[in-house]
Design a protein around this ligand. Structure first.
Ligand SMILES: [Zn+2]
Ligand SMILES: [Zn+2]
Length: 87
């Protein structure tokens, strides 16, 4: 494991930073087992011992998918509004 990166903007994040210096996102990783949050870069959940390194990577991937889906939803909603003659 090398440096961490901001899950929001991808800016390099030092392990000592609590918030991203670029976008202000709180740099935490959430345990998938017990939902506790820990500083980005922490290896294991302090509450249940889950490996947070794998969880954090997966979480970032999921967030990218959610963002893409949301963008899709917004554009289709706008399209529907334009096509609706009553609006
Ligand atoms: Zn950021
Ligand atoms: Zn945990």
């Amino acid at each position: 494991m090398t440096d961490s990166a901001c899950p929001s903007c991808g800016a390099p994040a030092t392990l000592a930073s609590r918030y991203c210096g670029d976008c202000g996102t709180e740099l935490v990783v959430q345990c998938a087992t017990c939902d506790a949050t820990w500083p980005l870069g922490q290896q294991f959940c302090g509450a249940c011992g889950m490996n947070l390194d794998e969880v954090g990577t997966r979480d970032v991937e999921e967030r990218k998918v959610v963002t893409a889906l949301f963008a899709d939803l917004v554009s289709s909603t706008e399209l529907a509004a334009r096509l609706d003659p009553r609006s």
